[in-house]
Design a protein around this ligand. Structure first.
Ligand code: SDX
Length: 429
């Protein structure tokens, strides 16, 4: 499989070390460094900035040109022509479904949205004001207590069943986290609604009156799910892969991914964007500029949340679609002049013209506009990352499935040890 090789010469070593180089379909070649350990060396790459942890065929990001492909299809074309359920099938199975395959897949998801009635008891152990992500970490992990018996992850059928269960039940759990937080009764899922409509119904419906999901909101929510579905080996997906490499229960692996996603540097950024826009407050030029200057000051921990990305050194293509969706939803609501939207657009304009951001290739990412849309639809900020987690579930489970299918050794990184040399325990005086 090696197309070329690299030769590493190290002072003190008589012979150069040959390292195979592999080429993928597209993107950078990789140098296989597994032979280094035989010469007594590790590679060193904190944050895995230049490390390929695996081989994958699911998603490809061209960071320099702002391109995101899911099984080869560009995200903007998928967002325009497809829907989240079809994208779930594509990510999991590698090809777009035929009409028959789509109908079967969609029906299996639609008919697995209920969770075991006992799950409701787990919520009662949390304070009502617990952050919904804390609750989501708990109850998603608890699913592994219900599905450990008929689960042999070496069998493709069992992996497919787990994938369907996770994609189907995460919206139900997410909505339950919201209802518990606000003290309203849980709403059972309905089989006559689409995936996004059902989520809106479980979130905003009540037993007291009929709730008909706004079609503009349902379309916007479905697009938000699609734009968050998968993104290569990001921190939370890598967490799921590492947990899965031990052979752990897939529901437990997904709960590990939820925990990793929560951080403000990752999936928690959409909630942090709204907090930042609230902190900025008024949309006066000098006030916005003051925050841009703070973001540039290395002594100031303030960063422009929703800006920057480890891989994109150009516009995040998801941010472009999200911005269009933002205009559609706020336009539908007659909120085109929403003050936070005005601040966000002005912030983006100022930053994109500022050398500090241009030099560092810092552009808006997927989180910059998503929170504004969700807030306009009545979703509280503490639910933003929960929605990100339920949308990303298909990405996590697709990578987990690919890893198990291809065969995996347990992930076990090494280290550069800089602690104390061996020393003896002091004799008792
Ligand atoms: C997601 O990996 C994925 O794919 C993630 C994700 C997905 O779909 O899974 O795309 C989802 O997590 C999107 C990112 C959401 N996070 C944020 O919006 C938080 C704000 N962004 C930053 O924290 C930061 O940009 C990261 C974490 C996203 C990326 O961090 P890196 O790659 O480690 O970059 P860095 O911290 O080394 O920054 C490089 C320089 C530094 O300045 P200098 O030391 O060169 O002077 O850029 C600066 C940073 O200070 N910088 C920022 C900045 N982001 C980076 N300065 C101000 N505001 C920012 N947002």
């Amino acid at each position: 499989m090696a197309d070329k090789k690299a030769q590493l010469t190290i002072e003190g070593l008589d012979e150069a070390i040959d390292l195979p180089i592999y080429s993928g379909t597209t993107g950078p070649d990789v140098i296989d460094v597994r032979g280094l350990i035989n010469a007594g060396y590790f590679t060193y790459d904190p944050g895995f900035v230049s490390t390929a942890s695996c081989e994958s065929g699911i998603t490809y990001i061209d960071g320099a040109n702002g391109i995101l492909l899911h099984r080869g299809y560009p995200i903007d074309q998928l967002a325009k022509n497809s829907n989240h359920i079809e994208l779930c099938y594509l990510l999991l199975n590698g090809e777009l479904p035929t009409a028959e395959q789509y109908a079967d897949f969609e029906s299996r998801i639609r008919n697995h949205t209920m969770v075991h009635e006992q799950i409701a008891n787990f919520f009662k152990g949390f304070r009502r004001d617990a952050h919904p992500m804390a609750v989501m970490c708990g109850v998603a992990g608890a699913l592994s207590a219900f599905y450990h018996d008929n689960l042999d992850i070496t069998q493709e059928y069992d992996r497919q069943v787990s994938a369907i269960r996770l994609v189907a039940k995460m919206p139900t759990l997410a909505a339950m986290c919201y209802k518990y937080n606000i003290g309203q009764p849980f709403m059972y899922p309905r089989n006559d609604l689409s995936y996004a409509e059902n989520f809106l119904y479980m979130m905003f419906g009540t037993p007291c009156e009929e709730y008909v999901p706004n079609p503009v909101f349902a379309k916007a929510m479905d697009r938000i799910f699609m734009l968050h579905a998968d993104h290569e080996q990001n921190a939370s997906t890598s967490t799921v892969r590492l947990a899965g490499s031990t052979g752990a229960n897939p529901f437990a692996c997904i709960s590990a991914g939820i925990a990793a996603l929560w951080g403000p540097a990752h999936g928690g950024a959409n909630e942090a964007v709204l907090a930042m826009l609230s902190e900025i407050g008024d949309d006066s030029e000098e006030n916005i500029q003051r925050f841009v200057d703070r973001a540039k000051d290395r002594e100031d921990p303030f960063r422009l949340m929703g800006f920057g990305h480890r891989v994109y050194r150009n516009f995040d293509p998801r941010a472009k679609v999200m911005k269009e969706t933002c205009d559609e939803v706020l336009g539908e609501l007659g909120l085109g002049d929403d003050p936070q939207l005005k601040i966000a657009k002005r912030l983006e304009q100022i930053a994109l013209e500022d050398d500090f951001f241009i030099e560092r290739k810092l552009y808006p990412n997927v989180d910059f506009y998503s929170g504004i849309i969700l807030k306009a639809m009545g979703v509280p900020t503490n639910m933003f990352t929960v929605i990100f987690a339920m949308a990303r579930t298909i990405g996590w489970v697709s990578h987990w499935n690919e890893m198990i299918t291809n065969g995996v050794r347990i992930g076990r990184p090494r280290q550069l040890y800089t602690g104390q040399p061996q020393r003896d325990y002091p004799e008792k005086k």
